[in-house]
Design a protein around this ligand. Structure first.
Ligand SMILES: *Cc1c(COP(=O)(O)O)cnc(C)c1O
Length: 373
């Protein structure tokens, strides 16, 4: 292994593919797509998405047009939906690259249809807001679309979707409220009559909702987090495989005496002599600063607390309690891995696995293992 790196992120493609298959089996007979936005949550979309495509995934969800354009050459034949809508000025790029814009307002519908007059594509998705109040056509817009039914009818509609606010809390009453609103929208939306095979796919479920039961499945799911190993609900054994391992090197070992402090702000003081290991990873690599004096890492399988503040490129751990011969200069410690899940470190950092993943920095050496192309 080359020695130039300070920290290494190992991404297990076969774990991601196993997660895809598990989700696909869970949602069958509905179809399983994949959310590959934000560079597959920081893990490398141009590498991972083609593996998912080869494993049978035909429906890919990105947030932005730029993400769609970047992935288009890697996913020939697959549907790529741009969930954040149709930015003014991007219409030509979207059309010429066969991206499917998820239209979120009446104006976007009108703009897409106007372009379609000239270049011939009217293929689109529609997103309805059913209670998240974030993005999508509102319930009021349904009335407008009923009064102007030429608008939805002229679209070549590939997808009708909505997104849940509380799917990670299976008991939350809002899940059922949004489910009923989605059914209502599907009932009220005027569509041109078409054979069943050309009807738009209905999609409500992201990762967590796949585990809410078949009422939430409709035709197509769009999981992201679960593919990458994040637990669907906090109160459950994780059925998914951990897909990432984050390790960083011990750059220096130093003895500290009683009452010495460590790091910026001298925020940790030693109550007894101990041994510190300085690790080559910091907040610029996505180690949350909130983990200072709170999180732990694993050294040869043994827990060691993070002491002092996390700095940009370094953090310090207390290894005084570990057998001296088990802690050596240059060895890797485990930050995310078999001993500490993404969800566990996210909990200690006061955030969620999603934010941990998408913050993993560009300086980490990324290694892909499993299912080699
Ligand atoms: C991010 C996102 C998804 C994927 O969500 P996960 O919880 O990661 O599965 C699906 N749909 C929409 C609208 C999203 O924003």
């Amino acid at each position: 292994m080359p020695d130039s790196y300070s920290a290494v992120l190992t991404i297990d493609i076969s774990a991601i593919l196993a997660n895809y298959r598990l989700l696909a089996a869970q949602i069958a007979p509905a179809i399983c797509g994949a959310a590959v936005k934000a560079d597959c949550y920081g893990l490398g979309a141009t590498i991972i998405a083609p593996h998912l495509h080869r494993a049978g995934c035909q429906h890919f969800f990105v947030a932005t047009v730029d993400e769609g354009l970047a992935l288009r050459p890697f996913l020939s034949g697959a549907s790529i939906y741009v969930m954040n809508g149709l930015p003014t000025g991007a219409e030509q790029d979207v059309a010429h690259n066969n991206l499917i814009p998820v239209l979120n307002s009446v104006t976007e519908i009108e703009r897409w249809l106007a372009l379609g007059q000239n270049i011939g594509t009217k293929r689109a998705g529609l997103q309805f807001d059913t209670g998240l109040n974030r993005l999508g056509l509102s319930f009021k817009d349904i009335l407008y679309l009923q009064a102007n039914e030429h608008l939805p009818k002229r679209l070549d509609l590939a997808l009708i979707m909505s997104h849940l606010a509380c799917a990670d809390h299976p008991q939350h009453p809002q899940n059922d409220v949004q489910l009923r609103r989605f059914h209502e929208i599907l009932r009220l939306l005027p569509l041109s009559p078409k054979p069943a095979k050309q009807q738009p796919l209905h999609s409500l479920a992201a990762s967590s909702a796949i585990f809410l039961g078949s009422d939430y499945h409709f035709d197509l799911a769009r999981p992201g987090a679960a593919l990458y190993g994040i637990k669907p609900f906090s109160e459950m054994r994780n059925p998914l495989q951990q897909a990432v391992r984050l390790q960083a090197k011990i750059l220096q070992l130093r003895e500290v005496d009683l009452n010495m402090t460590v790091g910026y702000g001298a925020s940790h003081q030693f109550q007894a002599p101990s041994v510190l290991a300085t690790i080559g990873v910091g907040y610029a690599d996505g180690i949350f600063r909130t983990l200072g004096n709170r999180g732990t890492v694993f050294v040869a399988g043994k827990r060691a607390p993070i002491v002092g503040r996390i700095s940009m490129d370094l953090m310090t751990i207390d290894v005084g309690h570990l057998p001296r011969e088990s802690v050596t200069l240059g060895m890797n410690v485990d930050i995310i891995g078999a001993e500490q899940s993404l969800d566990a470190i996210a909990h200690d950092a006061g955030t969620i696995g999603y934010e941990i993943l998408t913050n993993l920095g560009p300086r980490l050496q990324r290694r892909y293992v499993g299912a080699q192309a």
